[in-house]
Design a protein around this ligand. Structure first.
Ligand code: CU
Length: 412
């Protein structure tokens, strides 16, 4: 480990809460464990820590190559994407609880990358946070991640190097840890995302020109207003692969939101039950719901049953922008007539509480615990000199201290 990293670690430890705040972005779920208190005490650098050992566990090995690809979103839209193994989302990784996982990352891009395993509790040096837990993997270099897949559930992986740009350009994929005994025979993962296709075209046309503010000139969109295309597993609209299911059949559906926008998915009424949020099993009690609000970075698993004959649809709430582009048709192999299409019914939609996180709390606890201290954090976008659009907490950007302007309430 170089001195720069040790420096970063010391600064990180000193800044404490400030760094914690920074890494609480939707794209770094488990990095609060990255503050390496042990480093100062015994002087061992994270990168020299001993790797986990496979023992007699089954070893599952995967190769992921980060590379550029022209990715076809549908018949008329394509983007210059950054991918793991030439696909968006990247190669799906399925392992079984208890497996020892080895992932060899090769970087064929001309920028450094890493892989962060979103939601997984891992040994620090496998967490994929450049400058904190590893050096970023340079162009042409490789790095092998090794860890035990401990807790069954839905996770995803993504680059953590300049993640606002690299995840946006497609460097993400599903990571599924299956239970030793699967509860559902059928199992399908859907990763939601949004793209700035038209901006990319304009930006390519203006290559070398002066692009101001929110446009970096290479297709990266920094503001959510610029996203004009919604995708499910990298495809949009009629290019989205239908879900094949017979009437009465139940499947596990795993949803991951890899984008910057909250999505609200509407299901046919009475067809869906929540199984887990963020890889934590939940028990859905009370009234049936048919709307899922899924925040950036969040994962929600549901059991879905095809109740009706004919084609059904799971899709973005039609009241939201570009909703038509995010529709998963549910079809049976038997021939169906067009008159049998059962489209989304928003009028009957009931959501999971007023926001997803509140809903998750309600799902996770029989009685939601009362808080002692609460902070108000207003998330917004602002303009910064030299940087263009920035994400802010209480109008501060890292390393600012957003609590200064926070109202601290109810402290005992
Ligand atoms: Cu993440």
């Amino acid at each position: 480990m170089n001195r720069k990293i040790i420096g970063s670690i010391l600064i990180a430890a000193l800044l404490g809460v400030g760094v914690w705040m920074f890494f609480q972005s939707p794209f770094s779920s488990s990095t609060q464990q990255a503050l390496p208190a042990g480093v100062q005490q015994d002087g061992i650098s994270i990168t020299n820590l001993e790797k986990p050992k496979a023992g007699d566990r089954p070893v599952k090995t995967f190769d992921l190559t980060a590379k550029e690809m022209t990715w076809k979103i549908n018949e008329s839209k394509e983007v210059e994407a950054w991918t793991y193994n030439g696909k968006v989302p990247g190669e799906a990784i399925h392992v079984t609880e208890g497996d020892y996982v080895k992932v060899r990352l090769k970087n064929e891009l001309d920028v450094p990358v890493t892989i962060h395993w979103h939601g997984m509790i891992l040994p620090n040096q496998m967490d994929g946070v450049p400058g904190l837990t590893q050096d970023a993997v340079q162009p042409g270099d490789t790095f092998t991640y090794e860890f035990i897949a401990n807790d069954a559930g839905t996770y995803w992986y993504h680059s953590h190097q300049h993640s606002s740009k690299q995840v946006d350009k497609g460097l993400y994929g599903p990571f599924i840890i299956e239970e030793k005994e699967k509860k559902f025979e059928k199992d399908q993962t859907y990763i939601l995302d949004e793209w700035a296709v038209n901006q990319e075209k304009q930006s390519l046309a203006n290559m070398g020109g002066m692009m101001m503010g929110s446009m970096s000139g290479d297709g990266e969109a920094d503001t959510k207003q610029m996203y004009d295309t919604l995708t499910v597993n990298g495809k949009s609209g009629s290019s989205i692969q239908p879900l094949e299911l017979e009437v009465g059949e139940t499947t596990r559906l795993r949803f991951v939101n890899a984008g910057y926008r909250q999505h609200r998915l509407v299901f046919p009424k009475g067809s869906m039950k929540i199984l887990a949020t963020d890889a934590e099993d939940v028990k859905q009690v009370g009234e049936s719901i048919n709307t899922l609000e899924i925040a950036p970075g969040e994962r929600i698993d549901v059991a879905f049953t095809k109740e009706k004959k004919g084609q059904e649809v799971i899709g973005e709430d039609p009241q939201l922008q570009n909703a038509n582009q995010m529709k998963i048709p549910v079809v049976s192999k038997q021939k169906e007539s067009n008159s049998d299409i059962n489209d989304l019914n928003v009028a009957n939609a009931t959501s999971v509480g007023s926001s997803t996180s509140k809903g998750s709390e309600q799902l996770l606890f029989d009685k939601v615990p009362e808080t002692d201290v609460s902070y108000q954090m207003d998330l917004s976008m602002g303009m910064n000199m030299g940087e263009g659009m920035v994400f802010q907490i209480n109008e501060e950007v890292f390393p600012g201290y957003p609590y200064d302007s926070c109202e601290r309430r109810g402290h005992r």
